[in-house]
Design a protein around this ligand. Structure first.
Ligand SMILES: NC(=O)c1ccc[n+]([C@@H]2O[C@H](COP(=O)([O-])OP(=O)(O)OC[C@H]3O[C@@H](n4cnc5c(N)ncnc54)[C@H](OP(=O)(O)O)[C@@H]3O)[C@@H](O)[C@H]2O)c1
Length: 265
């Protein structure tokens, strides 16, 4: 099915989604347009066959699926700019703006266009995002269209809208938590003898391998940890030292602190 897609806001996330769709050959089935006011930073998307423009209205008119990827405080401005062009049963409006509810969007646009709220992450650029999506009223075709778009840049989960803030923390902020953990592992690797480049390669592949084990075997992490912890061995000594220093606790506290912060807004 051909659905032209307009991504409004070609920043970190918007460009990552566009890049992921391109990698997945989406252009064979539809046109992708990315908008932003200053186009100089997204010329690389144009080189890949994506239409770039600073005209949001034109992008909406030429598309069926509109993905809003602007900062939350700009959402209302953009909605007010495009709302008279939104046609129920033609357009699907998908908002990636964190903290902006479907009800709020509906109030601003004041039309019966189907609205989805999504929370992808920046691994969309390498087709490895996890995108949690929610809707209030959507038919099966619309759900399929949205799932197909975001499945093309990773995996999707259909969740209650009430869990969108939690999805933001675990999935989108989660990228930063994991990267900081990886940076710390690299620093440790350098201290025990590797140059930065070698330490990085070992850590990247180890993290990828650990994730693949869980994804492919479907085991609980602790089952896999048991396999590498010889009694009295170096792994369990290191792991326990990390736990004595609050490793799991600090991650859980960080996640709940982020969640409290998002809940304030
Ligand atoms: N980054 C993430 O990992 C992530 C993950 C999930 C959800 N989100 C959500 O995605 C949204 C975007 O986040 P981001 O990190 O990608 O922010 P960002 O890098 O600042 O991107 C937003 C882009 O919107 C453009 N923009 C601003 N006003 C515009 C307008 N009137 N019309 C068209 N484009 C406009 C900006 O470019 P110009 O100034 O040149 O116009 C900017 O490049 C946020 O609401 C965030 O909550 C982000």
């Amino acid at each position: 099915m051909k659905n032209n897609i307009a991504i409004i806001g070609g920043g970190n996330l918007g460009s990552a989604i566009a890049g992921g769709l391109i990698k997945n050959n989406y252009l064979q089935t539809g046109l992708i347009t990315v908008t932003k006011r200053n186009l100089s930073t997204i010329k690389f998307l144009q080189d890949k066959g994506i239409t770039i423009t600073n005209n949001n209205r034109e992008a909406v008119e030429n598309s069926e699926v509109i993905i809003l990827a602007v900062k939350p405080y700009i959402v209302d401005t953009v909605l007010n700019e495009i709302k008279d062009l939104l046609v129920p049963n033609k357009h699907i409006l998908i908002s990636a703006a964190s903290g902006i509810s479907i009800n709020h969007i509906k109030e601003v646009i004041n039309t019966e266009v189907t609205i989805f709220r999504v929370m992808p992450n920046t691994a969309a650029s390498v087709n490895e995002s996890v995108t949690c999506y929610s809707y209030k009223k959507a038919n099966n075709t619309e759900k399929e269209i949205v799932a197909n778009i975001f499945n093309s840049i990773g995996e999707t989960l259909d969740i209650e809208e009430g869990l969108q803030e939690a999805a933001t923390i675990l999935g989108a902020c989660g990228i930063a938590y994991v990267l900081r953990f990886m940076r710390a592992m690299i620093q440790g690797g350098i201290q025990i003898g590797f140059d930065a480049k070698s330490a990085s390669r070992i850590v990247y592949q180890t993290v990828k391998g650990a994730a693949q084990i869980l994804l492919q075997e479907g085991n609980h992490p602790e089952q896999e940890i048991d396999k590498v912890t010889t009694p009295k061995g170096c792994t369990i000594v290191g792991l326990n030292e990390m736990e004595h220093n609050g490793f799991s606790s600090s991650l859980i506290k960080g996640i709940t602190a982020s969640f409290k912060e998002i809940a304030k807004n």
